[in-house]
Ligand binder design. Sequence first.
Ligand SMILES: NC(=O)c1ccc[n+]([C@@H]2O[C@H](COP(=O)([O-])OP(=O)(O)OC[C@H]3O[C@@H](n4cnc5c(N)ncnc54)[C@H](OP(=O)(O)O)[C@@H]3O)[C@@H](O)[C@H]2O)c1
Length: 173
Amino acid sequence: MDLEKATADEVARHLTGADVVVFAAGAGSGSLVGRKDSVDRGAAILLADAAESAGVGRYLLLSAMGADLRVVDDESLDPVFRTYLRAKLAAESAMRPRSALRATIVRPGLLDDTPGTGRVTLAERTGPGPISRADVAAVLLALLDEPRLTGRTVEVIGGATPIADAVAAHAAH
Ligand SMILES: NC(=O)c1ccc[n+]([C@@H]2O[C@H](COP(=O)([O-])OP(=O)(O)OC[C@H]3O[C@@H](n4cnc5c(N)ncnc54)[C@H](OP(=O)(O)O)[C@@H]3O)[C@@H](O)[C@H]2O)c1
């Protein structure tokens, strides 16, 4: 569906019976400030509204490393990139109070299309680094089975720890 045009009710009709939603859309690297707001913030919140009304009990939000106040206030950043990070931060902030969605927020480093390795570094703060889209997808899949990370925000970059172990270790503390 086009999440910049659909209503929450229209999206909700497609979610009936789903156990989880994953927000992985993005305005893309060539887009300007308007679409950072309409996709990276607006569509993530639209999906949350739709998931709540359809009774979906889990939401995985693919955010971005740097979507926190100490970074988005950095005036040396490119203005469009700052707008993107602010949109991601606004989406994160809108998700946290919605306890029925049992959200987990995932902030990956720079994405690339290299083959997945099945290994990552995952922590509250990892520091910057690249990660393949395939490994991010595998992390999202692992999080589906990890209720202990409900309500938590994790950063992830490429690394040396098998994904299931990285998720389980972080969930344990
Ligand atoms: N690229 C990075 O380095 C990076 C780093 C950290 C986090 N992220 C986040 O990770 C996620 C994936 O990033 P990406 O670079 O792989 O992809 P992306 O270019 O940000 O876009 C991913 C998808 O979003 C979809 N999309 C765009 N507008 C939409 C709309 N109005 N309705 C429904 N779907 C829409 C696109 O679908 P169509 O192909 O059908 O248009 C595309 O398949 C995004 O949330 C991004 O913000 C990216």
